[in-house]
Design a protein around this ligand. Structure first.
Ligand code: B12
Length: 137
């Protein structure tokens, strides 16, 4: 039996934009993934520690500003020994923030209007790719 993909979903900020993460977390769960809902107002340390403790395949951040935390998480993940989880950012990401986030290590960015199917498909494809690479090495 294939193991379920484990995803930690978090909204680092305390602003009122909760709908995006609720919709995405539900879609991932409905697609058969194990969703660990980390809640709101977590800092980079808390996000990284939760990801390690829960041994997740994916960290999903829902962000509507204050992108500093995403850069900090990238930095902390870079220092991890061994396999690092895939890092996704969704929400209101301004166009000029997309490339710098990717250059820092964010794997996928999903802005307003992204289809839930495309998010599920992206996660499945990337996790399959990583599992194949791990098997081959
Ligand atoms: C509804 C709304 C609100 C609601 C919140 C609804 C809720 N409960 O979530 C309320 C009225 C509370 C609100 C408040 C504010 N809002 Co508002 N809001 C919106 C609006 C119109 C729609 C957001 C929404 O719910 N969309 C539906 C959900 C499903 O879509 P989504 O959030 O984009 O999520 C999708 C993707 O982003 C992605 N995604 C999201 N999270 C994640 C996580 C992962 C892991 C992944 C993979 C993908 C993913 O997938 C989802 C599906 O496609 C947007 C504009 C817009 N059209 O996007 C502005 C918008 C987000 N708001 C904005 C602003 C500025 C504010 C306020 C600061 C306004 C103010 N001056 O008061 C306040 C925040 C104050 C506060 N303290 O909270 C800005 C953000 C600008 C920015 N930071 O770049 C926007 C973009 C409007 C704009 N054009 O200026 N808002």
């Amino acid at each position: 039996m294939e193991t379920r993909i484990r995803v930690l979903t978090v909204r680092p900020s305390l602003d009122g934009h909760w709908r995006g993460l609720a919709v995405v977390s539900t879609a991932l769960r409905d697609a058969g993934m194990e969703v660990i809902y980390g809640g709101v107002a977590l800092n980079a340390d808390e996000i990284t520690s939760a990801a390690i403790q829960e041994d997740v395949d994916v960290i999903g951040l829902s962000m509507y500003g204050r992108f500093g935390i995403a850069y900090k998480v990238c930095e902390m993940l870079r220092d991890l020994p061994g396999r690092r989880p895939l890092l996704l950012v969704g929400g209101a990401v301004p166009p000029d923030e997309i490339q710098p986030l990717k250059d820092s290590g964010v794997d996928g960015i999903f802005v307003a209007g992204s289809s839930l199917d495309s998010i599920v498909a992206y996660i499945r494809a990337k996790c399959r790719e990583r599992a194949d690479d791990a098997e081959a090495s």
